[in-house]
Design a protein around this ligand. Sequence first.
Ligand code: GLC
Length: 743
Amino acid sequence: MADAILTDEINSMDIDARVESILSQMTLEEKAGQLNSVDASSPDPSGRLADDIRAGRVGAVLNQVELPEICKLQYLALEESRLGVPLLFSRDVIHGFNTVFPLPLGQAASWNPGLVREAARIAAAEAAATGVRWTFAPMVDISRDPRWGRIAESLGEDPHLASVLGAAMVEGFQGEELSAPGSIAACVKHFAGYGASEGGRDYAATSIPDNEMRNVYLPPFKAALKAGAATFMTSFGDIDGVPATGNDYLINGVLRGEMGFDGLMISDWDSIGQLIVHGFCENPEEAARIAAQAGVDMDMMSSAFVDHLPALVRQGLVSEALLDEMARRVLTLKFALGVIDDPYADIHRGGAPAPADALSLAHKAAVESLVLLKNEGGVLPLDFSEIDNLAVIGPLADQPVEQMGTWVFDGRAERSITPLSAVRSALGDQAQLHFAPGLTHSRDNSQTGFADAAAAARASDAVILCLGEEAILSGEAHCRADITLPGAQLDLAKTIRAAGKPVIAVILAGRPLALTHIEPYFDALIYAWHPGNMGGPAIADVISGAANPSGKLPVSFPKSVGQIPIHYNRKNSGRPAEPDKVIAIEDVPVGAPQTSLGMSSFHLDDGYEPFYPFGFGLSYSKFAYGHIQISAQSIAPGEPLELAIDITNSGDRDGVEIVQLYIRDRAASLTRPVRELKAFQRVELPAGESRTVRFVLTDADLAFSRRDKSFGAEPGGFDVWIGGDSQADAHAAFELCARSAAG
Ligand code: GLC
């Protein structure tokens, strides 16, 4: 029977005092036990997990989401361990729990922080109802490499967009009060720079200069921290020779010292044990010591902390004060979540009812995640009332699991509505639907299904061609060196094109794909990412015009894998490419002598522009931008610069435009990107109407981490552009003065 730790006296104290009271009763082994996070997804026939819980060797459990099982494990901790400290239950709730929303990369294409926040709120409520109180999200790794499978769970390539949306996810998961029903602790990951994994291969080393780390990879972590994130997770990565999980400079120095984070840092799965594999530590004892001293508080699945920290303290190699600090963070989180005061909260609440608006919000999120990339001759929207025969073709047309995407443990196929189902419902009996998958799955190289697919196309007035990747071709550890559509999908597209009917392609994938060679076979192209349970209705709504697409790319699309890394916020170099300085490979004379004069930074075969730029996305409306009105030619630090621009919807449909503002710092103590997103607004504009959109900039928006590691703006000249993507051409210029006019 556990000694009562929740005496009336303790309950009357504030959290810090209550933590100290529990800590003072703990042995070294019990303190180390709080630092141990173990997986409970597999059966426990040996009873090892139960024994460890009874022995006080477990502080948190991941991947158990069955309420009865959670109750059993919690009972063991409360009633059969010496001190009865409750367990904390965690899960990767990445883009939904029972209700699956679009991939985070797809949600990022909505550029809608309110929507992203709401999706996280619903996911949190559904997870908390099962007893899960901690998610390992948001993942805010800046991702510039589509070969990397985890780009699917990222918020794209831009620090500002990832900062805004990552903060919104934290707010959605954690709500106003961590201990409230439906709130779960967020865990910002993977600290840091994981997206720079060499070659786009997961878990590979990264080489990130400190200026790049501070100006590209860290800003979304800062934003998530500012939003109140309760926990962080280390990356698997080796950062310039020092693995993140043992990186004292990054965790204690930057995150805790400079950024002021005093919450719980958990390792990634066995990433403490992997310090040995990295060649950074000799043995588990050293790995435990180095990770603890680097600032890691909890050990996911390596057991190094629980196995070795008590002895390391007794040997004087790790201070007991440090062990106390680590255990204190775990207990403080448990108190903040209300887990200690009410470990069975979710039972009393009877499992908070699933939010009624879950699927309708998933539908809205899916609609806003879709990006219209091509609409030749206005083939879209398709007026279903004028269609007698419509073909739905392709290996992703009717795949309820694939459309949910990666990182879906708790979603269910029966909650998905596929594109085929949704189009069939939208058509009703007014038209004949002809379905042919053409291929059994995205990697299928057999053309045996082509004849049926071609026949379906020939029999129809138009074709909806659903192509892409199975969910398993992206996500953790699933990286691709060739980012074209897999299998025989290009051949299928050629076959369907040959039928001579309008081809509306919908691509469902977990990454940007290289579309250069297949795009010519499409009249229209909608990028759907993996859109979640309600992907089908969303796709049908956009194709039929029931919804007007507003999505914008959160990541650049390369022409080929050879262009990677390619991102809009590149450095200018001393010989930047410009249209008149690019030579196509076919224009290089045979036998041409070596020359570099007048040349610039591009590939002979692919030039220097992406296939689709960051921020790009079409609409059924037509948005025209006026000139930028700027309130001053120069500002002093602290002074606002007001910018305004008129936008006109000259189309015949009401629409939403995501108006984007980019700057360029022309000269600074560090070279700065040729463009940097600094603000954006979702503007609803009725057909035929104009609107003046206003932005305000101050020197705070121009700040960056400088060579001396200070953070601030530097005086000098700036460019500013406003438009509908990162190649916006409405331009103005201004100066930031060294000091205010008052001197
Ligand atoms: C995985 C992932 C991490 C996840 C954790 C728990 O390996 O890297 O993002 O949260 O393990 O599933």
